[in-house]
Design a protein around this ligand. Structure first.
Ligand code: B12
Length: 270
């Protein structure tokens, strides 16, 4: 922490009442404001006994949690123990250094989305969605695509001017490319939930490479990927146009599609 910050924020990183609105340095909150208390959970490949509990505290200490209080330990099958540790960290969070992907487009209602597509695209906007690879977690993509939707919002099937083809689970990349071709997809929406061995990243790269190989620039659909454990800033690295994370709503996706494909004139010539 710089001297300037030290002086303006005080030793505990907490600003005075006077500077509350300008606060950029914060600490975790547990029992009292700024006490630095956090809770973490993890599993160690050791059977549950006193030594295992000591090992959990040692790990927490090495992670900068000090003091570390073991609040839960439970055997998880043979030779594994699950732990919850509560304790204090001394790290400060600098809000001025936080970088996030801003939405960057207006949120539209379903009625507005339909109106823009009808008026400016003059045909239905075709969307093809799937869960690729071995991933069978369809709840997320269904929440975005199916009429029932999520969080009180209807899914894209509800939008009159969108034509939705939901291919479901465990779709191979060649199948997806073929379906996008058949449906003349303006956008391909892919869901990846399982992240074991970075499967979500490998599958996404394979998918984007396949579309680039199969379709020339200008004919390629907009490539959108989503799932709870994506880093939304990895767009270029994964070769997609947009990444959506946990808590995404259909309205956000529909608004993005209209922005990227219609109002930003990226739509494929029919
Ligand atoms: C339900 C579930 C299942 C169901 C899935 C049923 C189905 N039809 O989907 C079943 C029982 C089949 C299952 C199986 C497995 N599962 Co499971 N499952 C879950 C669970 C409990 C909930 C997932 C869910 O439905 N979330 C609700 C939806 C709405 O949220 P979401 O997916 O995040 O989607 C939102 C956003 O991410 C985003 N989004 C998602 N996709 C997309 C796509 C686009 C284009 C866009 C724009 C947005 C978007 O929008 C959505 C709405 O906001 C999670 C744990 C958890 N609590 O998350 C484990 C979890 C995902 N499963 C897990 C595992 C390990 C498995 C299995 C491997 C278990 C096993 N050993 O067999 C298998 C794998 C099966 C397979 N081949 O994929 C792990 C994954 C761990 C990891 N590191 O990858 C989790 C995290 C559980 C855990 N903590 O271990 N599972």
């Amino acid at each position: 922490m710089s001297e300037r910050t030290e002086r303006s924020e005080g030793r505990e990183g907490m600003p005075s009442q006077h500077s509350m609105t300008e606060k950029t340095i914060v600490r975790p909150y547990g029992d009292t404001t700024g006490d630095g208390m956090v809770q973490v959970s993890f599993t160690l490949p050791v059977p549950h006994d006193r030594r295992a509990e000591g090992a959990a505290v040692q790990l927490a200490n090495k992670m900068g949690i000090d003091p570390a209080l073991l609040v839960h330990a439970k055997p998880m099958g043979e030779g594994f123990t699950f732990f919850v540790v509560y304790g204090r960290v001394n790290h400060l969070v600098d809000l001025s250094a936080v970088r996030v992907v801003e939405r960057g487009y207006p949120l539209l209602s379903a009625r507005e989305v339909n109106a823009v597509v009808k008026r400016q695209l003059r045909r239905k906007l075709s969307v093809v969605g799937a869960c690729i690879g071995t991933d069978a977690h369809t709840v997320g993509i269904d929440a975005i695509l199916n009429v029932k939707g999520v969080a009180g919002e209807k899914g894209l099937e509800y939008y009159r001017e969108l034509k939705v083809t939901n291919l479901g689970a465990q779709v191979s990349v060649p199948e997806l490319v073929e379906a996008a071709r058949v449906e003349r997809a303006d956008a391909v929406l892919v869901s990846q939930v399982v992240t074991q061995r970075d499967a979500h990243l490998h599958n996404t790269r394979e998918m984007s490479a396949a579309f680039r190989e199969a379709m020339p620039v200008g004919r390629r659909p907009l490539l959108v990927v989503g799932g709870p454990r994506f880093d939304e800033s990895q767009i270029a690295e994964l070769g997609v146009d947009r990444i959506f994370g946990r808590g995404t709503t259909p309205g956000e996706v529909a608004s993005y599609l209209v922005h990227a494909l219609v109002t930003n004139k990226r739509a494929r010539v029919a």
